[in-house]
Design a protein around this ligand. Structure first.
Ligand code: PMV
Length: 315
């Protein structure tokens, strides 16, 4: 039976979450240790037109015709079909699996979309371009999240560190010297759309204050880019601390995130911050090769449900 598979990595935001929604720059990097995978198989004996969807991680076993059109797995296929000018979706089975934590700020939804788009388009001999994949994954994100900045679909499609400004062409980063991050999961699921919605309400009430916070975050992202491109990795730590402080001022941290950030710093991290929408999900800590083990152990002892150590480099 012919089978076509594709996978896409998770991601974390190094600098600039939330402010990026308001036009400031942000930096995101892929996390290659976690991935979403899609496999499309064709069985010549299957019922014509029957598209089966299997996603055992979320207990889903269904057919395309049974899903509402705006279900993310259905939407991604309909959008791909329309971009490829298909009059119908041929009978096939699409299996989706992922070890990216769900609702943890690591881009699980975008990674599933990107993996499906690539496997599905390859199966039809019509590979979508990176630009098309990123755009379609963005359109699916819009269904879940309202007004996403587009950073998740971009970093996950290109699987490279990116400097991102909403509405501008994507820029990939030159990483002069690789560096390591420990990612610690609070284990608390957080809805990006509701945190983004809360920030919007707070911004509407105190726009000058929030614009000031966003400006400072944007400056950090711009300086962070220079540090990454010139290899002055040590300067990233204090920038992460300052970015975390600004996120706290926006009201998107939580006692669990603050606690893990403090634990990482006490265990020797060069800097730490929450990553993603906040309120739950993950935090990140900048570590040296000597202390990465101690930092991840301290995070786990303090209650992180799991940790990932990842190296940021040009891929
Ligand atoms: O999907 P998350 O949790 O990594 O959050 C995305 C980052 C935000 O800036 C909060 C939202 C966005 O669309 O950029």
């Amino acid at each position: 039976m012919p089978a076509f598979s594709a996978s896409a990595p998770g991601k974390i935001i190094l600098f600039g979450e939330h402010a990026v929604v308001y036009g400031r720059p942000a930096i995101a990097v892929p996390v290659l240790q976690v991935r979403a995978k899609a496999i499309v198989t064709f069985d010549p004996r299957s019922t014509p037109g029957l598209v089966k969807l299997l996603a055992p991680d979320i207990g889903l076993e269904t057919t395309l015709s049974e899903l509402p059109e705006n279900h993310p797995l259905a939407a991604v296929l309909w959008k791909a079909a329309s971009t490829m000018n298909l009059s119908h979706i041929p009978a096939c089975t699409i299996q989706v699996s992922s070890n990216i934590p769900i609702a943890g700020g690591m881009g699980s939804g975008a990674a599933v979309s990107v993996a499906i788009l690539r496997a599905f388009s390859a199966s039809l001999g019509h590979l979508l371009t990176d630009e098309q994949v990123s755009q379609l994954a963005y359109e699916v994100e819009v269904i879940h999240h309202g007004i996403p900045s587009g950073i998740d679909n971009s970093v996950i499609t290109y699987a490279r560190p990116v400097y991102f400004v909403k509405g501008k062409p994507i820029e990939t980063l030159q990483v002069k010297r690789p560096f390591s991050l420990v990612i610690g999961d609070t284990g608390i699921q957080s809805s990006t759309s509701s945190v983004v919605g809360d920030v919007r309400q707070a911004w509407e009430k105190a726009s000058d204050h929030f614009e000031g916070l966003f400006d400072k975050v944007g400056e950090i992202a711009a300086s962070g880019r220079k540090s990454i491109e010139s290899g002055s990795i040590e300067t990233l730590g204090p920038m992460m601390d300052e970015n975390h402080d600004l996120l706290r001022k926006m009201g998107v941290s939580s006692s669990e995130l603050d606690m893990l950030v403090d634990v990482a710093r006490s265990a020797g991290a060069l800097g730490a911050k929450l990553s993603g929408a906040g309120r739950g999900g993950n935090m990140i800590a900048l570590v040296s090769p000597e202390n990465s083990g101690a930092v991840s152990k301290a995070l786990e002892q303090a209650g992180a449900t799991h940790t990932i150590t990842t190296e940021v480099r040009e891929t």
